[in-house]
Structure formats: C-alpha cells, structure tokens
Design a protein around this ligand. Sequence first.
Ligand SMILES: Cc1ncc(COP(=O)(O)O)c(C=O)c1O
Length: 418
Amino acid sequence: MTQTRFRSAVAPLRRNTTRTIAALPTVDALVAELRPAEPLHCIRPQVLRATARRFVDSFAAATGGDVLYAVKCNPDPAFLRNLWKGGVRHFDCASPAEIRIVRSMFPEAEVHYMHPVKNRAAIRQAYYGHDVRDFSLDSVEELEKILAETGRAKDLGLFIRLAMPKGNAAMDLSGKFGADKDTAVTLLRRARAVGRRVGLCFHVGSQMLDPAAYTRAILMAGGVVAAAGVEVDVLDVGGGFPVSYPDMEPPDLSLFMDAIAEGLRAIALPASTRIWCEPGRALVAAGGSVVVQVERRRGDELFVNDGVYGSLSDAGVPAFRFPCRLVRPSGDSDAPLLPFSFWGPTCDSADRMRGPFLLPADVREGDWIEIGQLGAYGATLRTEFNGFDQARLAEVVDPPLLETAGHGVSPRLPRMAA
Ligand SMILES: Cc1ncc(COP(=O)(O)O)c(C=O)c1O
C-alpha cells in the first residue's frame, strides 16, 4: 500500500523547527536577550482573554446568544487556550484538523462544522469520530451528502448558509458560498423535515466596517424564514467584526451589537431562537504580533525576514497596512517617522508589502521591527516556501499596538503614530 504522510494542517508554528521559549515580560526584553534572526511571534495572553471576555459579554447583552470562535483565523493552542479562559465555549471549525485540535484541548466544547462544502470522509470523521452534530450547507447536494454520510442521523443540526451581496468589507467573501433566497427556502424546509435543529447562517465579509450590514443581512434572513414558513432554532450572524489597522478605524463594537439587536427586533423571531456569531479577527488580531529583523535597507525599502509566504500574507496582495514600531536594544530612535515598504525573505518578487509602514527615518540593517494586529490570519498562513519557515514563539505582557474601539484593551501606540 502506498504510504502517504500529512503535513500538519494546523498550528504550523508548532512544527519541529519551532521551539517555545520561556515567557519573558516584554517584547523589548525578549529581543534584547534573544537578538532573534528568525521571526519572533509574540502572544499576548491577557489581551486575548480580555478581548474574548468583552466580546462574549457584549454579544450576550445584545442578543442573549453564543460566540463561536472561527478557528481558521488562528488555531494556535495558546490562542485557543486564552480564548477559552476568556469565556469562549463554542468553536466554528472548517476541517477535521481544526475539529481535532479543539476536541483534544476542550473535550466539553461545542464544536460546529461550518464549512458549506465538505469532503465525505470529513463528515464521517466529524460525526462518528468527534461527536460533531452541527453542519452548514448551501445546496441540496450537500444536504444529501451530510444525510448519507451520517446514516440519515436523527440528531443533526443543519445550518443553511445564505448568500450575501457584495458589500463593503475589506475582505469580500461573497461569491464562493451561500444559497440564494429560493434555494435557501427549499433547503430550510427540507432541513426542518430531517434535522433535530435547523438554522440560518451568513457572513457579511471580513473586516466589515459598516454595522448596518448586519442589520440588512438579518432582514434578509428574516425574509427567508418568513417565505419558508418554518421556525428556525438558530440564527448565526457570522463573523466579519473589524479591528483597527493604521488606515482603518472601525466604529465602536457596541454599534455592531446595536445593529444586530435592531435587525433582530425587526424580524421578531420567537424568543426561543438562539442567536450565534462567528468572529475570528475581532477576537485574536490584537493578541499577536511578529518581530522581524531588517536585513537590508534600500532607500525607503526594507528587506525583512518575514513576508507574504510567511505571516504577512495580508500585507501582500490584500495590501493591509499594519502598525509597526522599531525595537532597537541599543537605544530608541527619536528620528521622525517616515513611510517604508517591505520585501520578504524569499526570492519571489511577489514577496512585497507596499505598506506604507511608518518607522523612524534612521531605521537600518540589524534593527528589529514589531508588527502588530497579526494574531488574525498571520501565523496560520505561513508556508515553507524557500525554506523560510522557522520562527520563535513567546508569550509577552505587552499591550497590543493598536486599540479597537469597544474592545476594552488599551494600546501601546497612540493612534497618530500608527
Ligand atoms: C464561515 C466563517 N465564519 C467566520 C469567519 C471569521 O471571519 P472574521 O475573521 O472576519 O470574523 C470566516 C472567515 O472566513 C468564515 O468563513
């Protein structure tokens, strides 16, 4: 029989070349001691716990509902552990690897398989191997697949993913998944006939800066429920909640909660309907940063040791700007801030991050730069391309580099310095 080997799909930072180092008090102290030649990933446990607690409490106050963490955003065990400590008990998983890591860490967690297109073997593994009962879907074919692979189980939770129009999210997610209204009505009726519980779910797009997008989406969901003429047990308003970046300052989190509450009031679902949401970015972005080292300066271009094939994928084509600060153990710089762009360590000219990233004018080879808001969609996207996959990992006490309004966590950088 052919032998195949799997590369770990989750937590690539935990692979052999990476070692966890003892927690030290601050990023600056770590850099001074280690003088790291590879990227140093800094995890902020207190920030993760405080952010999760604030979000869980805000959502419960607005809706009485539950927060599902979207594990894809960062499946690192240290992140999961601190979210759990912050009160997160539900996990939105999209693959068997994500389900396995959550189940192994928190046997009593509520795990939901919210990927609308699943592999048959994965459905069997989730249902029989990990006691997962909730599955999302957006087609009749997927409903049939789930029913067939679970032996037409009577204890299924079936969640119909609604298509959303292209909105003004920084990361548009429309187009790939989602049933149109007529299909959703058909699916809801069929699911109601066979599921133990049924629900509707959607995603308004990631880094959604407009609270009213949630109200509009909830009204659409209400229209589907009314047209189907069946009751839903759960309405899942998805993820997409934004965080601050240097050029994006979202409205206060409370305004998103108000917009959700307004939509729910308007569609007046029965009081027994449970409300869920699936944030990823909003829970973890501030909890992670990466310290990179400058290997060359060419005018206003800096060659650094992490890039778009590493944890700075979103700084590449999506062109996200990230907050930065110089870390120079020999002494701080008081030079004025100037805009710089980055090149990553690989030989690919696509490994380019235009920024601009604001740093002191005298930044030079050998300096370190801390890049913030990278707890979300950072480390989880790393690859081995060109052999640049080594990184260090440490827990730190620092605040995040930027504040997001309503998250209740104070920042390190003043807004203007971002
Ligand atoms: C189904 C689903 N839920 C939740 C999320 C998390 O989104 P965000 O990080 O924007 O909150 C995603 C992200 O792609 C997703 O696909």
